[in-house]
Structure formats: structure tokens, C-alpha cells
Design a protein around this ligand. Structure first.
Ligand code: G1P
Length: 291
């Protein structure tokens, strides 16, 4: 029987060195795109896919991420007193219900695979989604919902994939591809950040996964892979052949918000989605076009 997908793991222990000094005293996942922090996009996307329980893998200096989903009593009281109903609503929409969010600390930066393994007690015997908040996806159907649908269809693990330029395979987990219906791709192998000449394809994993809990036992071996880190990709590779494993060419546009230019592009794309500011943004874009 295919279990209902209710849980999501959000790895947020990274240092965000690419955004220093902005991220010196602030978690990189709190960087806002328009007016919402990256972490909230991830949580909202997961909630839209029916996910109810969250586990953030955090580290030192990441307290703001926990605060963000808490009740802000004084702020709410002040807004209520001033009759600021719209702002109050925005604030409440960001909250998670009591007991629906837990945090686990990844005390040592041993890699994404190690981070996910740290959530093993939360995951238990259940399927779970992983959302890497650096990857922001603009789509009609939330990417995690697309993955959830594919999970219910196949009964196995599903990762979101897209084609990357062949010279960029060394930045991603790359698929070895079996049967391919154009949307759903059977995965026959996975390699973390291969050099272009070693890459089995140019189909890369982006930061959205729905995995069966079996991955934990493979991660528990703590085998070091690319970059001498415990790689999630290697743990997933060990599941292939035991349970169904697919890549899903999701529909939508992905922005790499771990990169400054990707982050700026996300600001523009998401601002253009907002009716109250789209015209103004288009206007200033024209102004800078030939600058
Ligand atoms: C991680 C994963 C990689 C995946 C990528 C997606 O890499 O290890 O397999 O393709 O996220 O963003 P990172 O970006 O943390 O180096």
C-alpha cells in the first residue's frame, strides 16, 4: 500500500558563504524574494502538496528560521489594535500549527546525506519530501505536488529533474536514464557532480525529492563521496533496483537562489507575478535594458 505523504525535511544548516556579508548574522534561507523569505516559499509549496509535518535540519545561528514559523504574540496584538487586518492575515498564514515543526541540529557539516540522516527519527517508516530552499520554483502546480502525484502513481521515490548544459554536470546529481516517457524517467543510476566527460546524461536533480524511508539505512553507512561528503545522491543510488525510482521532468521554472544572479532573477520573476507591482517593475526593467 502506498502511504500518504505527510512529512517534509528542510535542510537549512548551510553557511551561505556566497552571500556574505548579508548572511554573516542571518540565515541565508531568510533572504526575501519580494517579501517572503526563501524558507517560507519551501514550506508553502510543501503545504500546498498536503504536507503537514516539517523537520528543519538547522545549525548554529539559524534561530530566525524557527522564530519565523512561531506565533508573534506582541506583533499580532499590535496589528490587531491598529486594525491592520491584511498584515495580520499575512502573518498568520506563515505560522505552522503547534507540534507540526521540529528542528534537528546537524552539528557537523558532513554533507546533504548526513543532514537527511539526522532527521531519521522524524522520518521513521514514512515517505517524505525534501525541499532545498535555495531552489525556488515558479510553476502553476507546485513542484512538490507534481512529485507527490508521481509518487502515488509509481509507489516509489521520485526526484525533480531538468536538462542542464553538458558542461554543468559537475554542479548536480546526474541521472543514468532507463525508460523515458518524456516526463517520467526511470532511474538506473545516479552520480553526484560528475565531470562532463563522465556524466551518464545531462539530466540533473534539482532540490525537490520524494523518497521512501529506506534511504536512511543506506545513508547510515556514512560513506564519503564527492567532496569527501556523505552524499544524498549516493544513498539514493543504493535504493535503485529495490524499489521504484524515477526522475520527473517537472513543469515550471527553477531559480538557483544560492547564486547571486539566480537570486536577482527570482526577484524579478516573482515580482512580475504580483499584480500590484508588475507594471512598475516592467517599467524600471525597460529603464535598465540598455544600461
Ligand atoms: C545538492 C545535491 C545535488 C543536487 C543539487 C540541487 O547539491 O547534492 O545532487 O543536484 O543539490 O540543487 P548542492 O547544490 O548542495 O551542492
Amino acid at each position: 500500500m502506498v502511504k500518504k505523504l505527510r512529512k517534509a525535511v528542510l535542510p537549512v544548516a548551510g553557511l551561505g558563504t556566497r552571500f556574505l556579508p548579508a548572511t554573516k548574522a542571518m540565515a541565508k534561507e531568510m533572504l526575501p524574494v519580494v517579501d517572503r523569505p526563501l524558507i517560507q516559499y519551501a514550506v508553502d509549496e510543501a503545504r500546498a502538496a498536503g504536507i503537514e509535518q516539517f523537520c528543519m535540519i538547522t545549525g548554529r545561528g539559524k534561530i530566525a528560521l524557527v522564530e519565523h514559523f512561531d506565533v508573534a504574540y506582541e506583533l499580532e496584538a499590535t496589528l490587531k489594535q491598529r486594525g491592520r487586518d491584511a498584515e495580520l492575515e499575512t502573518l498568520r498564514a506563515a505560522q505552522l500549527s503547534p507540534g507540526d515543526i521540529v528542528t534537528v541540529r546537524q552539528q557537523v557539516p558532513l554533507g546533504l546525506g548526513h543532514a537527511i540522516w539526522c532527521a531519521r527519527a522524524f522520518i521513521g517508516d514514512d515517505p517524505f519530501a525534501i525541499l532545498l530552499p535555495d531552489d525556488l520554483i515558479l510553476s502553476d502546480t507546485p513542484c512538490t505536488q507534481q512529485l507527490a502525484d508521481a509518487y502515488y502513481q509509481t509507489g516509489g521515490s521520485v526526484v525533480a529533474v531538468c536538462e542542464v548544459p553538458p558542461d554543468q554536470t559537475n554542479k548536480y546529481g546526474i541521472l543514468k536514464v532507463g525508460r523515458d516517457d518524456g516526463r517520467l524517467v526511470e532511474v538506473t543510476g545516479l552520480v553526484e557532480k560528475p565531470r562532463p566527460e563522465d556524466a551518464p546524461s545531462n539530466l540533473s536533480i534539482i532540490g525537490r525529492y520524494v523518497l521512501l524511508p529506506d534511504v536512511i539505512e543506506h545513508l547510515a553507512r556514512m560513506e564519503r563521496g564527492a567532496g569527501n561528503e556523505v552524499q544524498l545522491t549516493d544513498g539514493m543510488a543504493r535504493m535503485i533496483g529495490n524499489t521504484p525510482f524515477h526522475g520527473l521532468r517537472y513543469s515550471g521554472t527553477r531559480f538557483d537562489c544560492g547564486d547571486k544572479v539566480g537570486f536577482l532573477e527570482a526577484q524579478i520573476a516573482f515580482a512580475l507575478q504580483r499584480p500590484e507591482m508588475a507594471a512598475q517593475v516592467r517599467g524600471f526593467l525597460r529603464k535598465y535594458q540598455d544600461a
